[in-house]
Design a protein around this ligand. Structure first.
Ligand code: F42
Length: 156
């Protein structure tokens, strides 16, 4: 996983602009939602293999993060959910720092426990769960052994 090269910005201007502002300012702009911190998840498209970047809530967990495919309680999973299943090696940009992680979807008792952490970080998750029939997926993002800390700003 690399943040360079074949990055395909979101077709949605708000998302595209947020990612650009975040990366240009180390998260000082575009780095919060309702005063809660946001990360930028870089991942590979399941079909295209292109690099995608998605703002998500920052939910710190066990030296890594949780990623909740909530999409505001929309009826369908966000596209990035399927990308992570196909290509679990991802990068997280958190402020000025970018590191590599491996995504693992959780279920059952482990997931029930992790909702406590997620709900504390973003109190809207319970209403999203109530809004939709689908079960909101949760990933644990664990640091990969070869993780490196670097400036994630794209370089040519
Ligand atoms: N969404 C969440 O699910 N969880 C969060 O914690 C979260 C926080 C958050 C904070 C700030 C903010 O501004 C947005 C936040 N969002 C959060 C919304 C999030 O950023 C996404 O917009 C949302 O989850 C929808 O994700 P999506 O992957 O469905 O994105 C759409 C908008 C999008 O750009 N889709 C691309 C597209 O072109 O339509 C997907 C491109 C793609 O991945 N294509 C695949 C490929 O192979 O390249 C193939 C797709 C296919 O199957 O055809």
């Amino acid at each position: 996983m690399t943040s360079h090269g074949d990055y395909e910005p979101s077709p949605f201007r708000r998302i595209r602009d947020q990612v650009a502002r975040y990366e240009a300012t180390d998260g000082r702009e575009g780095g919060t939602l309702e005063d809660r911190p946001v990360i930028i998840l870089s991942h590979r498209g399941a079909k295209t293999g292109k690099l995608r970047k998605t703002p998500l809530m920052r939910i710190e967990y066990n030296g890594g993060y949780l990623a909740v495919a909530s999409y505001g309680g929309a009826p369908d999973h966000p596209v990035w959910y399927y990308n992570l299943l196909a290509h679990p090696l991802v990068e997280v940009r958190d402020g000025a720092t970018s590191r590599a992680f491996r995504a693992r979807e959780v279920s059952g008792a482990e997931k029930a426990e992790l909702w406590k952490t997620a709900d504390a970080a973003w109190p809207h998750f319970p209403e999203y769960r109530a809004r939709t029939d689908r079960e909101l997926p949760v990933f644990v993002l664990s640091p990969t052994p070869d993780q490196e800390t670097s400036d994630a700003r794209d370089q040519p």
